[in-house]
Design a protein around this ligand. Structure first.
Ligand SMILES: *[C@@H]1O[C@H](CO)[C@@H](O)[C@H](O)[C@H]1NC(C)=O
Ligand SMILES: *[C@@H]1O[C@H](CO)[C@@H](O)[C@H](O)[C@H]1NC(C)=O
Length: 222
């Protein structure tokens, strides 16, 4: 989350990171107490309320609930977001924004695979899902523009030893490993990191799991 004068809400970031690693239960407790989420969970589709649009169950693992918590709990943030003085992004958003000039002229983007893990992106349109945003009360204008994993995004701003170099790709974590290991349609790979994950490349088709597996964008190369 970036805020008006260009400084990130660092306390919010580190709070979330720490809680995520050490007190997941506490985060769950706080977030599950968000009125919006309680209402959705008791609705007909329960935790799978958004599965049809984003492929993910309602979970504290994804950005949307953390964003809701921030909007609810950080003083002044909700108003700032509504006025367009605060914007949201994933870690790649922050890095690109910072590298391309920050508050002055930084680009506000996120790579599509990261966007698909926010719970806010529609897997079919590959765009932010309006009905999800309306349901959760998240203003569309605070969200970054989605970009593919391989395109010229912008140039490194002045102040860096590599000023002027184009940033021409952005992909993180399991998704990047999937591309790096050339995991093709029909193939699966396993990543060991903070957890162990198995990813199966289903090609261009979204295949709905009946066993609780997640659907997500692996990568988009142009
Ligand atoms: C990028 O981030 C660093 C570290 O927070 C900060 O010192 C610097 O001012 C930022 N650059 C821009 C252009 O925002
Ligand atoms: C985006 O990618 C980064 C780097 O791989 C990862 O740490 C982060 O969890 C991802 N964000 C989302 C919302 O998946």
């Amino acid at each position: 989350m970036l805020i008006g004068n260009g400084s990130p809400l660092l306390s919010a970031f580190s709070l979330i990171t720490l809680l995520e690693f050490f007190c997941l239960l506490l985060v769950d407790f706080c977030i599950n107490n968000l009125a919006a989420i309680r209402k959705l969970e008791s609705s007909a589709r329960g935790r799978t309320h958004f599965v049809e649009s984003c492929g993910l169950p309602i979970s504290t693992y994804f950005s949307a609930l953390k964003l809701l918590w921030l909007l609810d709990n950080v003083e002044g943030l909700n108003e700032a977001a509504k006025k367009g003085d605060a914007v949201f992004g994933t870690i790649d958003t922050w890095l690109i924004w910072n590298l391309t000039g920050g508050a002055e002229k930084g680009l506000h983007v996120t790579d599509i695979s990261n966007a698909s893990r926010t719970m806010l992106m529609n897997l079919k349109t590959l765009d932010w899902d309006k009905s999800t945003l309306d349901t959760l009360g998240i203003p569309a204008k605070i969200l970054p523009k989605s970009i593919s994993n391989s395109e010229i995004i912008g140039n490194i701003a002045k102040g860096w030893p590599i000023t002027g170099i184009p940033i021409s790709g952005c992909l993180g974590d399991q998704h990047a490993a999937m591309v790096g290991q050339s995991c093709q349609k029909g193939e699966a790979k396993s990543t060991y990191g903070t957890g162990a994950f198995i990813l199966l490349n289903t090609g261009e088709e979204v295949i709905k799991s009946n066993h609780g597996l997640l659907s997500t964008v692996a990568y988009k190369l142009r």
